[in-house]
Design a protein around this ligand. Structure first.
Ligand code: CP
Length: 337
């Protein structure tokens, strides 16, 4: 098993092999077990400093990275673009050089340059280009905390959660990664990462969304990667445009809102509001023991009913959130050591 990820960036799950993602999961489980018995881990990244740039709000990512680096013996600095000279248009390239001089790792959340950085225009993929350009200049690991294409730390935590829930059998389970209704247009980073990472791990993934081409279908690059990865790793990848059909025989329904055409989302999505508010009715069609997942924050009674998200027999959303801590500690420990 290839276990040496020192110095690597964690920007896209597609930059990694199945073995490398397995390594991250195993280290995360190991660190979580050590936490369980109160084992001191502060020797792992002693004295290391993580910079975190948030161009948009965050609860889980911010808290889990901050606690994670502290548990590993390091420290963190948190900023938003308005506090750095980025506000005065200092280039990303020059910023990248600076982070290498002062930090040991740099994590960044950036997915809409127009809204978050005041850019004149914005195209899908521009945020990823920024992350890549910083990584090219920086001589320290750069970690993606959500860009316009992926949310890789989230999905690694989610896969860890499925593995905990179902044991090694998790790869045989039917995972439905579905769109859910919300009036707010959100990033497609979660579904795109799930289909790429899940298929790379050999899982059985069904992507489900309303039949509105160009708005709820996901980036074709991720679909092509998922199909190839599923074929090569013994998993499967399917697309459904019917949540009721997709729910049949599912073991996981992971449902969240996304939109690739934010300007048309409000008008287009309303038609699907009823079918895509995930409830106990969907779980009447699933396998026994099926679970509900959401990356949070969830829009209650839009994406999911209160009754379902608060049902401790079905909803594992808070375990998912906790595993962000363990998996991100693993990513930092492996790349920043
Ligand atoms: N899931 C997630 O990334 O949560 P935050 O936006 O609160 O960090």
């Amino acid at each position: 098993m290839k276990s040496d990820l020192r110095g690597r960036d964690f920007i896209s799950v597609m930059d990694f092999t199945k073995e490398e993602l397995e390594t991250i999961l195993q280290v995360a489980i190991w660190l979580k077990m050590r936490n369980s018995v109160g084992d001191d881990q502060s020797d792992i990244l002693k004295g290391k400093n993580l910079g975190m740039l948030f161009a948009s709000p965050s609860t889980r990512t911010r808290l889990s990275f901050s606690s994670g680096i502290t548990q590993l013996g390091g420290s963190s600095q948190i900023y938003n673009p308005q506090e750095l000279q980025l506000k005065n248009k200092e280039s990303w390239k020059d910023t990248g050089e600076m982070i290498s001089r002062f930090l040991d790792g740099f994590a960044i959340r950036l997915y809409n340059l127009k809204a978050q950085m005041g850019a004149d225009s914005y195209e899908y993929g521009d945020a990823r280009k920024v992350l890549r350009s910083i990584a090219e200049t920086a001589r320290i690991p750069v970690i993606n905390m959500l860009d316009d294409k992926e949310h890789p730390c989230q999905i690694m935590g989610d896969i860890m959660t499925m593995r905990e829930k179902f044991g090694e059998d998790y790869k045989k389970k039917k995972v439905v990664m579905s769109w859910a209704y919300d009036d707010r247009a959100k990033s497609a980073g979660v579904p795109q990462t799930m289909i790429a990472a899940g298929c790379l791990m050999g899982m059985n993934i069904t992507l489900c969304y309303p039949p509105v081409e160009g708005c709820y279908d996901v980036d074709p690059e991720y679909v092509a990667f998922a199909k190839k990865a599923a074929h090569e790793n013994g998993g499967s990848f399917k697309i459904s445009n019917d949540i009721w059909e997709a729910s049949k025989g599912a073991d996981v329904i992971y449902a969240k809102s996304w939109a690739r055409m934010p300007e048309k989302h409000a008008e287009l999505s309303i038609k699907y509001k009823k079918d895509y508010c995930i409830s106990h009715k969907h779980f009447e069609k699933t396998n026994e023991g099926a679970v509900y997942m959401h990356c949070l924050p969830a829009k209650r009674n839009a994406e999911v009913t209160d009754a379902l998200i608060d049902d401790p027999k079905i909803s594992i959303v808070n375990d998912e959130a906790e595993n962000r801590l363990h998996v991100q500690k693993a990513i930092m420990a492996l790349t920043m050591c």
